[in-house]
Write a protein that binds this ligand. Structure first.
Ligand code: ADP
Ligand code: MG
Length: 139
């Protein structure tokens, strides 16, 4: 069911720093089941498309360059109330505002390099998951 799924990425700086295993462990320990998982590297054009909703924001160019700067891990995750609970698990966009115990508090470097993405709605979770995964890549 759509309401039970969200989409995440472990962002380039967190992958490069070797945090992927610990982040995936926190996600599974929080009760999420992995529906789909991929290690990939976005081109600047792909990152630009993914973040198109932010194209009028001043940080758009920086965000696109950053998201294309190295490989990422993308995943579809399943759990009851997936989107809202995952936003709680990752914490605030700016890690200095993120609560203790959240993924961003533990691993984010800055507001820009904030370790993980989490969908902000059921609708966007569907769109984002479909951008990365075909039907036969979901289990
Ligand atoms: P979130 O990822 O928490 O949903 P947004 O959707 O507002 O946050 O922003 C998307 C991403 O853009 C953030 O995760 C972060 O990587 C980057 N970003 C947001 N705000 C800024 C900013 N002021 N300066 C640089 N990068 C930013
Ligand atoms: Mg967002």
């Amino acid at each position: 069911m759509a309401g039970n799924r969200t989409f995440t990425m472990i962002k380039p700086e967190a992958v490069a720093a070797g945090h992927s295993g610990k982040i995936i462990d926190m996600i599974i320990s929080a009760g999420y089941r992995i529906v789909a998982l991929k290690y990939t590297h976005l081109s600047a054009a792909e990152a630009g498309t993914f973040y198109e909703v932010h194209k009028e924001r001043p940080f758009y160019g920086e965000l696109v360059d950053y998201m294309a700067s190295g490989p990422i891990i993308a995943a579809i995750l399943e759990k009851e109330n997936a989107v809202e609970d995952f936003r709680k698990l990752i914490g605030a966009t700016d890690p200095s505002q993120a609560e203790e115990g959240t993924i961003r508090k533990r691993f984010a470097e800055s507001k820009a390099k904030n370790a993980v993405h989490g969908s902000d709605s059921d609708e966007n979770a569907g769109i984002e998951g479909n951008y990365f995964f075909s039907g036969r890549e979901r289990f």
